[in-house]
Design a protein around this ligand. Structure first.
Ligand code: SF4
Length: 394
């Protein structure tokens, strides 16, 4: 029977309307010594206001430089079952689709060799297994790889590429997010499993600017589906939305970032030349509005939250790229970006930080992309130039 710890501080985190990770750890702690000691150590951390996990060297499985994150307790004498508490990252599927057969098998393997605690999904996207010891790493890897699964990326490497559900479940997807993610994962196996970069590199693919995978905020390479044609407008459906109470002027027109829409109470008009394809109006009026014309993606680079300079969003480098199998243009661009980073990047410098340090001009020259107005990140409005009405009519 696993040891039972008193957890008055953690109990507080179970109160309130939201699901609690404490409740889940308690469930696992009822049958796992490891989860029980994890709970005990966590309570002590809250009490002492300090963490008790330490770095203790590199662990992994044979032939791989990543996929396992070593974690050791500095209180191994008090909590011996979490003396080692390593994390194993399993490469997620594109769009996070699993069969129930796999999920049951994964849980059985994890109950046998680990704490039983999982994290679906980690912020990179991996299927994360939390807490096992060093001796169990090879058996866990053998169990998963014999079923066709592989480890994900970790450390200074390409991290497991991830994407939104894309065309599998969403009619607004402009690109095959699942195919692109699968192709990148297969193409860059070496870069993912043998860390050789200055720091981590994340690729995230979203089918449209709604960006359900948040690629614009947390990927070194953000691939966001877009379209070239006009937005087809069904005025009868617009009228239906109005009839059902939608305040079209307030909720749609006034919130268009490029102010390219107008509504006279009857007809919704869009000046497509000035539309920035943000998806706001389409996502709100799915029955009335629809993108048309050629589909492809905008390629952006360089986002991450804890940058040295603060949080950054990705920066457009290619306004429109047609993305079709075998995605050679995209793969070549990724390789060129890595070459630039390899040449000039400092240790633990993300590629976006490097571009900010060296300048976008040098980056574009190196990777062979022509400068275009869409790459201008800021200022979006030039305070020294006064547009006249006549200019705007041109
Ligand atoms: Fe405006 Fe965005 Fe709709 Fe384009 S997609 S018309 S920019 S709200």
């Amino acid at each position: 029977m696993p040891k039972k710890y008193e957890t008055p501080l953690l109990d507080e985190l179970e109160k309130g309307p939201f699901p609690s990770f404490v409740t889940e750890i308690k469930k696992a702690a009822a049958r796992s010594d490891m989860a029980a000691d994890e709970l005990g150590q966590l309570e002590k951390s809250y009490r002492d206001k300090r963490g008790y996990w330490k770095h203790g060297g590199i662990v992994g499985v044979r032939g791989y430089g990543g996929g396992v994150i070593g974690r050791y307790s500095s209180l191994a004498d008090q909590f011996p079952n979490v003396a080692n508490f390593h994390t194993v990252r399993i490469n997620c599927t594109s769009g996070f689709f699993y069969t129930s057969k796999f999920l049951k098998e994964a849980c059985d393997i994890w109950d046998k060799y680990g704490s039983g605690l999982t994290n679906l999904h980690g912020s990179t996207g991996d299927f994360v297994l939390l807490g096992t010891n060093t001796e169990n790493l090879e058996p866990i890897f053998a169990e998963f790889s014999s079923r066709g699964w592989d480890l994900g990326g970790s450390g200074s490497a390409l991290r497991t590429p991830s994407c939104c559900v894309g065309p599998a479940r969403c009619e607004w997807s402009n690109i095959d997010t699942l195919g692109i993610t699968y192709a990148c994962t297969q193409e860059f196996q070496d870069e993912m499993h043998r860390p050789a970069f200055p720091y981590k590199f994340k690729i995230k693919t979203a089918g449209c600017a709604v960006d359900c995978i948040a690629s614009i905020a947390r990927a070194d390479l953000s691939i966001i589906g877009t379209w070239k044609g006009k937005i087809a407008t069904d005025q009868a459906e617009v009228a239906n939305y109005a009839k059902k109470g939608m305040k079209i002027q307030e909720e749609i027109v006034n919130r268009c970032p490029s102010k390219c829409m107008s509504y006279d109470g009857k007809e919704l008009k869009i000046d497509d030349d000035n539309c920035v394809r943000c998806m706001h109006c389409i996502a709100k009026m799915t029955k009335a509005l629809k993108p048309t014309g050629e589909k492809g993606a905008t390629i952006l680079m360089g986002s991450k939250a804890p940058f040295v300079i603060g949080a950054t969003l990705s920066w457009v480098i290619v306004p429109f790229m047609k993305l079709e199998e075998p995605y050679d243009e995209l793969k070549d661009l990724i390789r060129k970006m890595w070459e630039f980073w390899d040449e000039y990047g400092k240790n633990r410098e993300r590629i976006g930080e490097l571009v900010i340090r060296k300048g976008m001009r040098e980056f574009l020259e190196f990777v062979g992309i022509d400068p275009v107005p869409q790459q201008v990140k800021e200022p979006r409005r030039d305070p020294f130039f006064f547009w006249t009405e006549a200019d705007l009519q041109k």
